[in-house]
Design a protein around this ligand. Sequence first.
Ligand code: CP
Ligand code: NVA
Length: 302
Amino acid sequence: MRHFLDIRDHSADTLQAMLDHAAEMKSALKAGRDGPKPLAGKSVAMIFEKPSTRTRVSFEVGISQLGGTPLMMSAQDMQIGRGESIEDTARVLSRYVDAITIRCFSHDMLLTLAEHATVPVVNALTERSHPCQIMADLQTMIERHGPLDGQIVTWIGDGNNVAASWIEAAARFNFQLRIACPEGYAPPAELTAWARAEGADLVMYDSAIEAATGSQTLVTDVWISMGDEEGTRREDFRPFQLNEELLAVAAGDAVVMHCLPAWRGMEITEAVIDGPQSAVFDEAENRLHAQKAVLSWCVSGN
Ligand code: CP
Ligand code: NVA
């Protein structure tokens, strides 16, 4: 079963082939050429337990472009919202559809769905990871700076689900990943230990400015993710804002990424996100192309 649950489950070759395919499909679409239709006659169920703009629309449009029918389902409107088990949901949906995407709080719910489904399952974000986002981010890095080998990427802010998938990507590709998080918000120690054991070039910083110095890509995300308590986060993260001062010490051709939605004036300043070095809307667009490559791999192996 070709599930796409996490970056770590796949080899660099498989991931690179998906990224190449995403780039090909993007060029074809821009040139007005009709692309392959691996989902012709197939349906994909999209379950959302949390809000979404990009993930929902890019999957829905991507599935249609691949010839398939997307079925959007809010978890609250399904029987899982009233307590039906995720195991039975997996078994039933597998009788109707050819793949399932799910955005849910619990990563274990994703894993249980995948274990009991007899069709491919794609992680559309959990509290622990967001692999589809990182596929789009890698595609954007390649577009801006060429092959991933030897590049320097700096994550600034929360060691959250998006950071976790970046760490998994650093374990698969040969770029340096610098991480600057406030005390108490570092990514899980077992994840960084695993990534280092897999060969990831991870460097932890206490200072955002040091982490940004000479970096080619600066990435951040919200300080309060879906499901997080606000607590003292606003004050705790203040020294980790992606602002003009950080961009000034980065490489001259550095780009800025943010998975969006963004809170201007909090984790990123308006001047940076709307400035000439921002790649955030290319990054958002690439969700479409990268996820088409993921779905295509899930249902047809390429
Ligand atoms: N980046 C991202 O996943 O955005 P949405 O929450 O809008 O899907
Ligand atoms: N870390 C954010 C990402 C949103 C796309 C969250 O989980 O809310």
